[in-house]
Design a binder for this molecule. Structure first.
Ligand SMILES: [Fe+2]
Ligand SMILES: [Fe+2]
Length: 289
């Protein structure tokens, strides 16, 4: 099957599974907790979550809020690409649109976190804008695969971490994680189809992976937020290595794929990067033990 027919199939598969996984934010939000901020001002201690878990949810919101920038970047990058990719971005945008909205409304209804501060942060992040990583449509797809899987793992683990404190939030995060799983599956298999079409493209995979960071660097205290999430929200270097990077390297057959000689150097550099990451994770595990 040629590349464009494979992408058409992947898009049709996505439409089928996304219809099955369909959810609406009005069904999942705990409306019964809503109180008027004008008559009852926000104060610390009104919410259901710990401060660290509140920051984890707020960080997810501030990442998702960048959707207009993600869509703009993807539209530009796929402008000359296959029709299936163009159609996918539209469906994907409609699905992602619920993510920041549901988290924002949840945080307000549940009185987790200062709503005034959150409004300032939202505006700050959107005003800063976000430039998508990657110089080509294919490079962007590689980056986006990592991002979709990373958010899936983050939401799933955060859902587990908040489960005893707030069931409604846990359900919301699981619904979002399901969407991210489907987005991830589309991009993972699209990248694989591109690699099967031209194994030389593995060079781009090897270049993009070591540069991967969760989007959000424009949010204040980003590094401190990531540390808090690693300690309390169940998503850090270890989860990135074992639940994001390694499964992807296997899915794309990165180590065993027959590639042109020029790709060999890039692949060795990627191997060094992975070994270094593995060493960092083991050192941290040693300290915790
Ligand atoms: Fe999302
Ligand atoms: Fe997604």
């Amino acid at each position: 099957m040629n590349l464009s027919a494979t992408l058409d199939d992947l898009y049709q598969r996505h439409l089928t599974s996304t219809t099955r996984a369909q959810w609406d934010y009005h069904d999942l939000l705990p409306w019964e907790r809503g109180r008027n901020f004008q008559t009852e001002a926000w104060a610390l201690g009104q919410g259901s979550l710990t401060p660290a878990l509140t920051i984890a949810v707020e960080t997810a919101l501030l990442t998702e809020i960048n959707l207009p920038w993600f869509t703009a970047g993807l539209k530009e990058m796929f402008a000359s690409g296959p029709l299936a990719l163009k159609a996918f971005i539209k469906t994907w945008t409609a699905e992602e649109d619920q993510h920041s909205r549901i988290l924002d409304v949840y945080l307000s209804l549940s009185r987790n976190g200062d709503p005034v501060r959150r409004a300032q942060l939202r505006k700050h992040v959107l005003t800063e804008g976000y430039e998508i990583e990657g110089q080509s449509g294919f490079a962007v797809m590689v980056y986006t695969t990592l991002q979709e899987l990373a958010t899936r793992v983050f939401y799933q683990n955060l859902a587990n971490a908040v489960n005893d404190l707030d069931r409604a939030l846990s359900r919301i995060l699981r619904a979002m994680a399901k969407d991210e799983t489907l987005h991830f599956a589309f991009y993972r298999d699209a990248v694989k189809a591109y690699l099967d079409d031209d194994p030389g493209r593995l060079e781009t995979v090897c270049e993009i992976i070591p540069r991967f960071r969760m989007p959000g660097a424009t949010m204040p205290d980003f590094a401190a937020r990531m540390r808090l999430i690693a300690e309390n929200g169940g998503y850090g270097a270890e989860e990135y290595l074992t639940e994001v990077l390694d499964p992807l390297l296997r899915a794309w057959d990165v180590w065993d794929r027959d590639v042109p000689a020029r790709v060999g150097d890039s692949r060795r550099a990627l191997e060094i990067y992975r070994t270094r990451l593995d060493r960092i994770v083991r050192r941290r595990q040693g300290k915790e033990a």
